[in-house]
Design a binder for this molecule. Structure first.
Ligand SMILES: Cc1cc2nc3c(=O)[nH]c(=O)nc-3n(C[C@H](O)[C@H](O)[C@H](O)COP(=O)(O)OP(=O)(O)OC[C@H]3O[C@@H](n4cnc5c(N)ncnc54)[C@H](O)[C@@H]3O)c2cc1C
Length: 527
């Protein structure tokens, strides 16, 4: 008997319901693909009338879900453990408390108007869904400088401006390639005409002289800058390979801006990253119950029953669960054994640490650095200069953003240190980059994300995603497919269920997928 696609889908639906049909349609290439912009997503107005949804977690995935479901007429309840919304999209301001498991609380005392994006800080232009919502809600954006050739690199105990490292490396590599061409070492590899083209290209690209030698002409910086009248500029001499590649740790900074979602200039909401989460909150506030930690997830007939707080219950027709996997695996539920196993076996979570100081803006006034990142092979990995309020008297400088870019062991090692020790390392690092100025650094706070209750990590390090050195393993396997499947009326969302994990974009896109599943189930019930 010939099995048509329609018949196959009907059979799958009879056994697994609308959710299973939807996933099968996706596998067969029949479902609507993930929309590329928020403007393209909406559920039909009124399509949710008479139906209720409980959403677990008020991070970006939960807030996107709450907003879209409310617009479609669903009765929505969002249960959030914390006393604030936003989840990992957390901006710390003066007066905020920083809680970390097993560590004393810290209290931020930044001046009014200053903030520290302890979680997300930057948005690439390609993140159309989250940027689409920012546009729709009128959240003003400004440039986040992600790459600054004027910032310093501190590797193997030597500080050099990024500009010098990048240009000298390109010059030397270009010179080597030109030599190979001139000595006919590549004649068998590349046709003659193309070799000539490459040779010409290298003259400009690597700044080679007529003999094919790299001679820095100022792109790497000057020992004396050009001035008025008789003050001619003096270009810095070229560094040698040993100084340009002093350790393996220096590799990634050379190509950082080439990572697809790490552009040289990115975007940030004016006033702090949490402005986007708050724009959602402004639109769904009555539906959100803060201070409501979920303690059990159950199915009752075709509905769901969520236990939260001290013995409170919320029942609904459907549930969207956005809880991070390290937390979900400890919450009692009647999920299938396969689901429980997939949650337990879930991906490792990245345990980055961020630390910030308040200070007068010496990096701008003394060193002409406006935004961008400094790189180091010390444990703090990055110093991040603020991209907001240039020229203001003070700013918040990130003294450590340790995510394993230069050494995969750094995040856990840095997290294991005391706050005081993290502060000392970050202070020393800034002292090396800006001699004599570390005494201006004050009010340090640090956040080790693996220790943050209700987060327990930055996000899912799926092996096929990890862009850090040594990352990029095989695909996600069966466990990922299992995590995507609904459990009856319960569907799942969160950055971990996307191909843009550890980004708000992934959280928002996974929410759209979960909403499509709820919508499919709703239509099935109505039919
Ligand atoms: C240091 C750091 C840097 C980052 N950098 C960027 C960046 O530059 N740009 C970017 O776009 N993204 C970045 N991200 C990633 C981004 O923040 C996340 O991908 C996104 O915010 C995750 O959203 P989510 O809704 O999936 O999860 P979450 O934000 O974790 O939301 C889950 C919610 O569930 C709640 N919850 C947990 N347990 C319970 C419980 N038992 N009961 C009730 N509620 C519970 C939590 O409090 C939380 O509000 C960064 C994250 C971190 C930590």
């Amino acid at each position: 008997m010939e099995i048509t696609r329609r018949r196959l889908l009907e059979d799958i639906g009879a056994v697994g319901g609308a959710g299973a049909v939807y996933l099968a349609m996706e596998a067969l290439g029949l479902a609507i693909p993930t929309p590329v912009g928020a403007e393209n997503f909406s559920l039909a107005s009124g399509s949710g009338n008479g139906r209720s949804v409980v959403i677990l977690g008020a991070g970006i995935a939960g807030l996107v879900s709450a907003y879209e479901l409310s617009r479609a007429g669903y009765k929505v309840t969002v249960l959030e453990a914390r006393d604030r919304i936003g989840g990992r999209a957390w901006t710390v301001r003066g007066g905020d408390r920083i809680e970390q498991v097993g560590r004393p609380d810290q209290h931020a005392t930044f001046d009014p108007g200053l903030y520290f994006n302890a979680g997300p800080a930057r948005l690439p232009s390609t993140h159309r869904v989250i940027l689409g919502y920012a546009r729709r809600f009128g959240v003003p954006l400004e440039t986040f400088v992600n790459v600054n050739r004027n910032a310093g690199w501190d590797f193997a105990g030597k500080v050099q401006p990024e500009r010098r490292m990048v240009n000298d490396m390109r010059g030397h590599l270009g010179e080597l390639l030109a030599k190979a061409i001139d000595q006919h070492a590549l004649d068998k590899e590349v046709p003659k005409g193309e070799l000539e083209m490459i040779r010409q290209f290298l003259a400009a690209y690597a700044q080679l002289d007529e003999k094919g030698k790299y001679v820095p002409r100022g792109s790497s910086g000057y020992s004396v800058e050009g001035g008025g009248y008789s003050q001619a500029p003096v270009p810095l001499p070229a560094l040698g390979f040993g100084e340009l590649a002093p350790s393996r740790a220096v590799g990634l900074p050379y190509v950082f801006e080439s990572i697809w979602d790490m552009q040289a200039t990115m975007l940030q909401p004016v006033g702090g990253m949490d402005r986007i989460a708050h724009a959602f909150y402004d639109r769904v506030r009555p539906a959100v119950r803060l201070n409501s930690p979920i303690t059990a997830i159950r199915r009752v007939g075709s509905r769901v029953q969520i236990e939260h707080g001290r013995g409170k219950m919320t029942e609904a027709d459907y549930c969207i669960c956005t809880l991070p996997l390290p937390i979900l695996k400890r919450i009692p539920s009647d999920f299938s054994p396969a689901k429980k196993a997939a949650i337990a076996a879930g991906p490792a979570y990245l345990h980055s640490v961020k630390l910030a100081f308040e200070a007068p803006r010496f990096w701008e006034t003394d060193d002409s650095i406006f935004g961008g990142l400094a790189w180091t092979d010390r444990k703090n990995e990055n110093v991040i200069y603020p991209s907001d309020r240039y020229g203001a008297p003070k700013g918040v400088i990130v003294g450590a953003y340790c995510a394993g870019w230069t050494n995969r062991d750094n995040p856990d090692a840095f997290a294991n240190l005391s706050h005081e020790e993290r502060t000392r390392i970050s202070r020393d690092s800034i002292e090396v980059l800006h001699p004599g100025r570390s005494r201006l650094l004050g009010k340090p706070v640090s956040v080790a994300w693996g220790l943050v209750p209700y987060s327990e990590g930055v996000g899912a390090l799926w092996p096929d995603f990890d862009p850090r050195p040594g990352g990029g393993g095989p695909g996600r396997g069966q466990a990922y497919l299992e995590l995507l499947k609904p459990e009856g009326p319960i569907v799942f969302a969160g950055e971990h269920l996307s191909y843009q994990p550890t980004w708000q974009e992934g959280a928002a896109m996974s929410a759209h997928e979960a909403l499509k599943l709820v919508h499919a189930m709703r239509r099935e019930k109505a039919a």
